[in-house]
Write a protein that binds this ligand. Structure first.
Ligand code: UDP
Length: 240
């Protein structure tokens, strides 16, 4: 059963439970997909029915940031905790590395996915990077052909939201992969072209503040967070 946070249903799982479920889905090999919405994407879903449908059809919906966890708390239906997409991916790499699992990296600027692949293979001995491709393509067909030829267990789709959610929903029927996960800017972090917030910020749920300091032009997008919390408070008051 999913927990409704402003119209988007989230799976309330611990990290261990989410990883177990993902590995199960991977074994089914039906190109199931995982999405990790933050408050900004929830607000996009509320404004755009196509994005909402792509998120709802996902096989796993994990709360990426602390904002969604606060929103669920305000609404009186708490989630077990935040599950940052990047930590989730790291746990999947660990599990896949144990028996030579195959990963395909799709997204980010030219060269970034390849560099991320080199670093991940060094960091997780046993992991096979079966392919890498940038996220600035016009035509899906050759990309799908390359992915299917590589037959990965895990496909990371890092095209930013909502592009990656729409891409996974649209192409799932044509893809021969175990599982897909839409993970925004994580290839930039794996490649070392962007840095994640230090642990102190992560523990305090302030990754967004660190990111705002580094990328101040994101302020417009980040204003979705107070809007989201305001809407959650409004909904709670209305339902009482
Ligand atoms: N990106 C891409 N293709 C596009 C648009 C964006 O591959 O057409 C990549 C971009 O280079 C970056 C990631 O998608 O690596 C989006 O990162 P962002 O941090 O904006 O992710 P979000 O916050 O949207 O999850």
């Amino acid at each position: 059963m999913r927990i409704d946070v402003m119209g988007v249903g989230f799976d309330s799982l611990t990290m261990d439970e989410a990883v177990d479920r993902a590995l199960e889905l991977m074994r089914e090999r039906r190109a199931a997909y995982v999405v990790t919405p933050n408050p900004e994407i929830v607000m996009q879903c509320r404004a755009d029915p196509e994005t909402m449908a792509a998120v709802r059809q996902a096989d796993l919906v994990l709360p990426d940031g602390i904002g969604v966890v606060y929103g669920a708390g305000i609404l009186g239906t708490p989630l077990k905790g935040k599950l940052p997409g990047i930590d989730f991916a790291a746990r999947l790499f660990q599990a896949l590395a144990r028996d030579g699992g195959r990963v395909f990296l799709l997204g980010a600027k030219p060269g970034v996915a390849e560099e991320a692949g080199r670093r991940l293979e060094a960091q997780y001995p046993g992991l096979v990077i079966a392919g890498a491709r940038d996220g600035y393509f016009q035509d899906d067909a050759p990309v799908i052909e390359a992915i299917n030829a590589a037959a990965p267990d895990l496909l990371l789709v890092c095209l930013g939201a909502p592009k990656q959610e729409l891409w996974m929903q649209r192409n799932a029927p044509r893809l021969r992969v175990g599982l897909m996960a839409g993970l925004g800017g994580s290839l930039d972090i794996f490649a070392g072209t962007a840095r994640r917030a230090p642990q102190g910020f992560q523990r305090l749920g302030l990754e967004w503040l660190y990111r705002l300091g580094k990328e101040p032009w994101r302020i417009g997008r980040m204003m979705k967070l107070p809007q989201f919390l305001g809407a959650a408070i409004h909904e709670k008051i209305r339902s009482n």
